[in-house]
Design a protein around this ligand. Sequence first.
Ligand code: AMP
Ligand code: MG
Length: 402
Amino acid sequence: MKRVDEHLADILGAIRELPPLELALPESYGGVLAEPVTAPVDLPPFDNSAMDGYAVLASDVASAAETSPVTLSVVGDIAAGDQGAYGIGPGLCARIMTGAPLPGGADAIVPVEWTDGGTAKVTIRRSATPGHYIRRAGEDVTAGQTVLPAGTRLGPAQIGMLAAVGRARVLVRPRPRVAVLSTGSELIEPGRPVGPGQIWDSNSFALTAAVTEAGGVGFRQGTVGDDPREVLATIEEQLAYADLIITSGGVSMGARDVVKEVLSGLGTMRFEKVAMRPGKPQGFGLLDDHVPVFTLPGNPVSAYVSFQVFVRPALRALQGLPPAPPRTVRARLTAPIISPDGLRHYLRAAVAYGEGEPRVTPAEGQGSHQVFALASSNALIVVPEDVTERAAGDLVDVLELS
Ligand code: AMP
Ligand code: MG
């Protein structure tokens, strides 16, 4: 049997980064920058006020106090967006709003709360030192500075950064488009009645959501029965647009393992047994020379664990990100576990954080069909191939699910 690490290495070795695309900012969320972005100007671009108040000479208000207020003449009103070339001198001030350009001569802002709010004359009851509540040009970013390096995944704050330096479009490796298909003649769409021998399809829903969570764009293709022509035709349709395809079901040793049957010999597809539990039967390869296709086992827990272990790193690699698995922590077992020799075992579990080390409790019901245990878990305990038991109190590796 093939080791998990070997299978993952083969997958990552086959995957090529998606070509970069120039996208408008609203479409760029989740993309990974394929260029470094520099600031064309300083941020802030000009000295401006951090408060609503009065622009003053600090020397004019140096003696201001509750018991000895200072009164200045107000020579103007400066709003955010004003371009007027205001200036003040000794004994004068200008009313100013947050974000408005600092008038010439002024070197401090007195917030409106320290004054009587006057419009012709203003009485100031506290002193301010030079620079008080002034946001200086370039104190955030200087012109020419790299604000986001290539390889940055764009979230809300990074998209805000791009807009703040005036970018309307940006070169990114986009979120991978992923087609998700369930196979099995027993599968029925949720919402419809199930008859004898039938079950509701859950894999395509869980896997499409897992794609979204991993930073891709999932397209659920629903279910197809175990009909070779239909399965092949549906997979081929997805090749027109998908950056990656995931199927579930039909890859084990049964008489009607239709996915294996129709894809064997196509592209670089290989169907193998990987030394893991759950998730032993795995298929992977490229179709049309470049589209990675993952044929995951049908049992819902197997499909989901396989996604986390193999597909998630592949999605990251498509965007040129380091193909890290989900975050792993060390936690103390609250109960003993046993594990098959030679297989890497992923046990559904609940990890809890309190004072000291995290503690992890294996779920009841470790069958690969037991979706309740999976849905009640927030982690997988990862037991190495050569470990067959662990006692309560032992430290184990835990892979965090969101
Ligand atoms: P298979 O890999 O096709 O042999 O399926 C293994 C087990 O997983 C069978 O019990 C299937 O009924 C079940 N299964 C397959 N696909 C799904 C699915 N999309 N949703 C829920 N259960 C599934
Ligand atoms: Mg099946």
